[in-house]
Design a protein. Structure first.
Length: 158
């Protein structure tokens, strides 16, 4: 297993006016570690969707001051973003992925957060512990996953 080389953390109140700060934080770290501009945009959008879901769904209005934590871990093959909250949990397996042709034909608005996160990032996993914490972990590899695994095997064989 790859060890974390660098870790960055941000804790903010769970409010929509902090989403811009989170995007800047995530974007600057992704840029600093060498992602191309188009990849930085994808990483920012995926994180924004995850954080927006927390703001909209995890906490009630009166709980908006509760924290939203964003951790970014960097190792030799990937950037990992972990978004953590302590609000209302949900079952990510119950979320049905939209059929985009139907979605667009019906001119629907919203409801694409998890879909976008899965399309924009290489891996998206959840750790839901009701009453304790909710985490979404999103991974973006520096090179495509297949090549990254090949490099890891070569390094492990040495």
């Amino acid at each position: 297993m790859a060890s974390t080389k660098h870790e960055f953390r941000l804790r903010v109140p769970s409010r929509t006016d902090n989403l811009d700060l989170i995007r800047i934080f995530v974007g600057k770290v992704a840029e600093k570690v060498g992602f191309r501009s188009d990849e930085v945009d994808k990483i920012e959008l995926a994180c924004d969707e995850a954080c927006t879901n927390v703001v909209k769904h995890a906490y009630k209005r009166e709980e908006a001051a509760k924290s939203l934590d964003v951790a970014i871990k960097i190792d030799y093959q990937k950037l990992t973003i972990i978004v953590t909250d302590h609000g209302k949990s949900f079952d990510p397996g119950s979320v049905i992925m939209p059929k985009m042709k139907e979605y667009l034909a019906e001119l629907r608005v919203g409801g694409l957060g998890i879909y976008l996160m899965r399309k924009l990032m290489d891996e998206v996993n959840y750790d839901i512990q009701p009453g304790v914490k909710n985490q979404v972990k999103m991974v973006k590899y520096f090179i495509d996953k297949q090549n990254s695994n090949s490099i890891k095997k070569i390094k492990d064989a040495k």
